[in-house]
Ligand binder design. Structure first.
Ligand code: ATP
Ligand code: MG
Length: 468
């Protein structure tokens, strides 16, 4: 390692010969190189697995840089979510170097290198597209210009040019402790500007998800979107309709779980992008109670993420869809259905309707429905029911959801407080807290209906909730 560093510093490293000198802006296609004092990133801020990966690649004679969000976040003094490495080694060459590694992806082939519990994504430098210029782009596209496959390898400067935003095209060499900056990303980090590399309209057509990424990064980093980058978005937003729904869903989860979901959702709406990602926002945010509820839900998730508490996407989607469930619930009940069957019908309707656009995977349905189905049970505070509810495996999620309903003003604060106290109390105090039985007594349990389905809360027999 020490010999390698000395060799490199003396310029004896063939692969690195002819590289630009630090601190000078280089001619076309060449990076500006920032030394340690200019970028301020300490090597020990880099994850061990990423460091080892870079070292092994360099030992084998390849270039290797930490790249993308990790460098950007470290420049901004934030903790990176994950570490990506870029190299001139092909996926096969990388695969051969690391025993614990595998090649993944088809549209974009990369290698996952594993050390302990960490996984580093290693990407081979890709050739740039035409970036709106005259040259031919050889990558296959669909009829709207969306790139279907991006596996043509290229030089490092080409790789920098095919990245999305300037702040995402910074390359950190952990051995030399240098940042190679091809597109002025370091300055944009300082100015807090999100700027597309190349011609924004072309780049958005190549991959419309970049529009969602722009909204996500602007919210997460608290950056301004550069006016030229923003301009084509309004016109091109409908192209999101051509993107596979699973990719849109992944991006929605990234935005909602970024710790800046509230700002992200407002950013999406401001850019007119929510039609392609969370179309439900339009109707809900126009309704004051719906808006209060969604904002309380998003704030709650943001806070949990900042406190490193577990946060589940299913819970979040349950919050986002709840105002619609309530609306349908009331309508179906108004049409003469009993409350609980009406709630269950509304739940199914709302989940089915969102599948057309957002495609929440079905594996989330169980948890989402359970959280919703538990809500009416919090109204019962007498007899044995509160004790039974406490034992429900999803009690905690149901209770957290109840608190969001309290926060949004949907149910009285006193109800949330009662459940908070009831959980913490000992058995005697719990009994003393029970309210006097009011309304009709629960009917005797009928046998479970066969069609009720397998999960416990969602299949709660209707007589648990007498129509009162
Ligand atoms: P995060 O903090 O969310 O991980 P990130 O910038 O690391 O942010 P990733 O999705 O992990 O985002 O991608 C890593 C890098 O790959 C990006 O920084 C960017 O350089 C490049 N990249 C990812 N997606 C795209 C895209 N759709 N178009 C162009 N470049 C992309
Ligand atoms: Mg990343």
């Amino acid at each position: 390692m020490i010999r390698r560093i000395i060799n490199r510093l003396l310029g004896n490293d063939a692969k690195q010969k002819g590289k630009p000198r630090p601190g000078k802006r280089q001619a076309n296609g060449e990076p500006v190189i920032l030394g340690r004092s200019a970028h301020g990133i300490r090597r020990d801020a880099i994850n061990d697995c990423a460091l080892k990966t870079c070292e092994s690649l360099a030992d084998a004679g390849f270039k290797a840089f930490v790249v993308g969000g990790a460098v950007r976040d470290l420049m901004l003094g934030k903790k990176p979510k994950d570490f990506d490495v870029a190299t001139d080694a092909t996926p096969e060459e990388v695969r051969r170097l690391f025993r614990r590694s595998r090649i993944i992806g088809r549209r974009f082939r990369i290698v996952h290198v594993m050390c302990g519990r960490d996984t580093i994504e290693v990407t081979t430098f890709r050739a740039a597209g035409n970036l709106g210029g005259e040259e031919e782009d050889e990558r296959p596209t669909d009829e709207t210009g969306r790139i279907l496959e991006d596996n043509i390898f290229g030089s490092q400067s080409e790789d920098a040019a095919r990245r999305d935003f300037t702040v995402n095209a910074l390359y950190y060499d952990p051995l030399r402790e240098e940042i190679w900056d091809y597109h002025g990303g370091a300055e944009d980090c300082r100015k807090k500007i999100l700027r597309m590399i190349g011609d924004p309209a072309t780049r958005f057509r190549e991959d419309p998800v970049r529009m969602l990424r722009a909204a996500r990064f602007a919210a997460k980093l608290d950056f301004h979107i550069d006016p030229d980058t923003r301009k084509p978005v309004a016109e091109l937003a409908p192209l999101l309709g051509n993107v596979p729904r699973a990719r849109i869903f992944d991006e929605a989860v990234k935005l909602l779980m970024s710790g800046h979901a509230l700002r992200g959702v407002h950013q999406l709406r401001a850019e007119g992008l929510h039609h392609g990602m969370l179309p439900l926002l339009d109707t809900i945010l126009d309704d004051p109670q719906g808006k209060r509820f969604i904002e309380a839900g998003l704030k709650n998730t943001d806070q949990r993420i900042h406190e490193d508490k577990p946060a589940s996407p299913a819970f979040l989607f349950a919050s986002l869809l709840w105002p619609q469930v309530q609306r349908r619930w009331k309508a179906i009940e108004g049409a003469g259905e009993k409350p609980i069957p009406a709630l269950f019908a509304a739940m199914d309707e709302v989940l089915d309707a969102q599948r057309e656009q957002l495609a929440i995977p079905r594996r989330f349905d169980g948890m989402i429905k359970e959280v919703w189905a538990l809500q009416p049970r919090f109204d019962y505070r007498s007899g044995v029911r509160p004790f039974r509810l406490l034992e429900h495996p999803r009690f905690r999620a149901g209770y957290d959801f109840l608190l969001i309903r309290v926060e949004s003003g949907e149910v009285p604060e006193e109800l949330g407080d009662w459940w908070t106290d009831f959980q913490d109390a000992d058995d005697e105090s719990r009994k003393a807290m029970l309210l006097a039985e009011s309304g009709p007594k629960p009917k005797r349990r009928r046998r479970r209906r066969k069609s009720a389905g397998p999960d416990s809360a969602a299949s709660t027999p209707a007589d648990e909730f007498p129509a009162s």
